[in-house]
Design a protein around this ligand. Structure first.
Ligand SMILES: *[C@@H]1O[C@H](CO)[C@@H](O)[C@H](O)[C@H]1NC(C)=O
Ligand SMILES: *[C@@H]1O[C@H](CO)[C@@H](O)[C@H](O)[C@H]1NC(C)=O
Ligand SMILES: *[C@@H]1O[C@H](CO)[C@@H](O)[C@H](O)[C@H]1NC(C)=O
Ligand SMILES: *[C@@H]1O[C@H](CO)[C@@H](O)[C@H](O)[C@H]1NC(C)=O
Ligand SMILES: *[C@@H]1O[C@H](CO)[C@@H](O)[C@H](O)[C@H]1NC(C)=O
Ligand SMILES: *[C@@H]1O[C@H](CO)[C@@H](O)[C@H](O)[C@H]1NC(C)=O
Ligand SMILES: *[C@@H]1O[C@H](CO)[C@@H](O)[C@H](O)[C@H]1NC(C)=O
Ligand SMILES: *[C@@H]1O[C@H](CO)[C@@H](O)[C@H](O)[C@H]1NC(C)=O
Length: 318
């Protein structure tokens, strides 16, 4: 576990920690970001409200059945606590609740008394704060993690990857809002008879435009996070994506197969074939993992302003 704090004028931001994977594969990749925007006193009203909000994560009578949770508790204007949680679109409500519950425990443990924190695991992420988290959080930190393995033909590999991600982005963004879900998964054939598997997701309360914008911003981090890498993941609080060269998600009836010209980069005219068959195989990955966090901090006083936080944090595990 590594953590670091840094203070800037006006801002009281950032503490970050990342931890090694636990035994269960679906709970790998855990991370926690502790904000230094303020602390609450033990047994204070904020503390009590936070516990109420988090305990609702495990109750069934919420929007959590759609894999998305948004809840607030406490008096408006004082000590009100807001939380959002979201699970990957292929995850069952039960697994979702368990993951969010684990995330709640993780954040409370790693960010004691912090009035704002966010983090999660492979299949879910949780954010709580003293201000509303609904809608698009345009300025926010991002986290990434990529696999150590390098592909030999990144030029072609990334061409396929970018096409796959763009296709999934459009599909996720344009999902019927009444489904309360903005998630898409799919695969595409990469060079050397490899297959790239990817998922993209936005919080369902984003508009299609916001979802596209959020995902575009995460994709734009690929050169920083994932050059040459066979797999990677970029996470923001309102959207994220992950890709691997092995299957890591549960195929859905609408999981896409993207077919690109085998020639690669020159002729970009993908055709899409929805498929109803499902195949699931688990790959394993080992290696040193690199993780970097950028964070922007939010400051709320009489007025709100946002400071882009020029902070780069890098660490290696193992
Ligand atoms: C990064 O991702 C790999 C698999 O892609 C995973 O095994 C590893 O635990 C992750 N690292 C961290 C620090 O979460
Ligand atoms: C908070 O309340 C619990 C239970 O009432 C008590 O055991 C604990 O000592 C209190 N902590 C503080 C810091 O007051
Ligand atoms: C939630 O986590 C707590 C411990 O933090 C545990 O006691 C409880 O059983 C968990 N609930 C669910 C539904 O997993
Ligand atoms: C992949 O490439 C990066 C950057 O060139 C290098 O640091 C890393 O060791 C490579 N991974 C493997 C498994 O060789
Ligand atoms: C994924 O990519 C790495 C690096 O190119 C390669 O060693 C590995 O065999 C690939 N895995 C699959 C399932 O193709
Ligand atoms: C996202 O990127 C694509 C391709 O670069 C572009 O066509 C689209 O307009 C962008 N969408 C938004 C909302 O930025
Ligand atoms: C990616 O691999 C190519 C060819 O092996 C190498 O020239 C390039 O420096 C690598 N890029 C990064 C960011 O490691
Ligand atoms: C790609 O996805 C489709 C739809 O889920 C599935 O039928 C197909 O087997 C997948 N391809 C590979 C190579 O896993």
């Amino acid at each position: 576990m590594v953590s670091q704090t840094q203070n800037l004028p006006f801002s009281l931001c950032l503490l970050l920690f990342i931890s090694q994977a636990s035994a269960k594969p679906e709970y790998e990749n855990r991370y926690a970001v502790c904000y230094t925007t303020g602390e609450y006193a033990p047994n204070s009203t904020y503390d009590t409200n936070l516990k109420v909000v988090l305990s609702r994560l495990t109750t069934s009578n919420t929007k959590i059945d759609y894999g998305f949770y948004s809840y607030a508790y406490g008096q408006e204007g004082s000590d009100r606590v807001y939380a959002t949680g979201i699970c990957r679109g292929d995850v069952t409500p039960h697994a979702c609740r368990t993951c969010l519950n684990n995330s709640a425990s993780l954040l409370l443990k790693q960010c004691p008394n912090k009035n704002q924190a966010q983090g999660g695991y492979d299949i879910c992420k949780l954010h709580y704060a003293y201000y509303s988290l609904d809608g698009y959080q345009e300025y926010n930190f991002w986290v990434y993690n990529s696999t150590e393995a390098n592909v030999t033909d990144w030029h072609q590999y990334s061409y396929v990857l970018n096409n796959l991600l763009a296709t999934l982005r459009v599909k996720a963004a344009t999902t019927d809002p009444s489904l309360n879900r903005k998630y898409a998964s799919g695969n595409a054939t990469a060079p050397n008879s490899q297959t790239i598997y990817a998922v993209v997701q936005c919080n369902p309360d984003l508009t299609a435009g916001e979802c596209n914008d959020c995902l575009n911003r995460t994709f734009s981090k690929i050169p920083e996070c994932c050059n040459n890498r066979s797999g990677g993941r970029v996470i923001r609080s309102t959207c994220d994506f992950r890709y691997e060269n092995y299957s890591f998600y549960k195929p859905m009836p609408d999981t896409l197969t993207l077919q690109l010209s085998p020639q690669g980069p020159p002729s970009p005219s993908p055709s899409i074939e929805p498929s109803t068959t499902a195949k699931s195989s688990q790959g394993t990955h080992h290696g040193i993992l690199t993780l970097i966090i950028y964070q922007t901090c939010k400051l709320v006083h009489l007025y709100i302003f946002i400071i882009r936080f020029i902070y780069l944090f890098s660490l290696k595990i193992w």
